[in-house]
Design a protein around this ligand. Structure first.
Ligand SMILES: N[C@@H](CCC(=O)N[C@@H](CS)C(=O)NCC(=O)O)C(=O)O
Length: 202
């Protein structure tokens, strides 16, 4: 299988963490890809019409895209058991969506500040994206800590990758200052070998 990959992407990192946790890193070859909405560069637009990574070429069907589709596929293929059975599944998927939503807003903030032409950048729009992140961090801190402390699942992995991306691109926001319990959880989670092996600056 071929995975279109960039080490800084929190969405690619979810897939890589799953592969490490499942002991299956050797099942994929990594194909470096980079670009942005304004310049697709080497992003696999012929494989994913949305021009985004991760995308996974596989032997048994069309290329898969969107990290949540790829992780469900690999979880099934590798019997990784990172998605529990219902009813716990609904919590796992909601937490995964929360982590992905944080990463999505954080990536959009990055594009606005660094990709969009300077004259058209909107500080208010950047703050609106940060509001989504701030509300999501509060939800994780207030509602989901006991789930995060439970058996490993894709919800935890998505949140771990999203928080790692905040540290990587938005360290100035200092999310830990207002979310001490989530920060304590993340400190332990980030120490997992799979997380250390996939850190954006590793
Ligand atoms: N929902 C997608 C988001 C993927 C995504 O936004 N990837 C970024 C890199 S971090 C990308 O490819 N951006 C290029 C673009 O938006 O044109 C997923 O979970 O895979």
């Amino acid at each position: 299988m071929k995975l279109y990959h960039a080490p800084a992407s929190p969405f690619v990192r979810k897939v890589m963490v799953l592969l490490h946790e499942a002991g299956a890193v050797d099942r994929v070859t990594l194909s470096p890809a980079s670009g942005s909405p304004l310049d697709p560069g080497t992003l696999p637009v012929d494989r994913n019409p949305l021009g985004k990574i991760p995308a996974l070429e596989r032997p048994d069907g069309p290329t898969l895209y969107d990290s949540r589709v790829i992780t469900r596929y690999l979880d099934d293929l590798l019997d990784a058991r990172l998605y529990p059975a219902a009813p716990h599944l609904w919590d796992t998927l909601t937490i995964e969506a929360t982590g992905d939503g944080i990463a999505e807003a954080a990536v959009l903030m990055r594009y606005e500040a660094h990709v969009r032409p300077e004259a058209t950048r909107s500080p208010a729009w950047i703050e609106a994206q940060w509001s989504k992140i701030a509300r999501s961090l509060a939800a994780l801190e207030d509602r989901w800590l006991s789930h995060l402390a439970g058996p490993l699942d894709m919800g935890q992995i998505a949140v771990g990758c999203a928080l790692g991306y905040l540290d990587f691109r938005h360290a100035d926001r200092d999310w830990r200052a207002t979310h001490p319990a989530l920060a304590a959880w993340h400190a332990a989670f980030a120490d997992r070998p799979a997380m250390r092996a996939t850190a954006p600056d590793a």
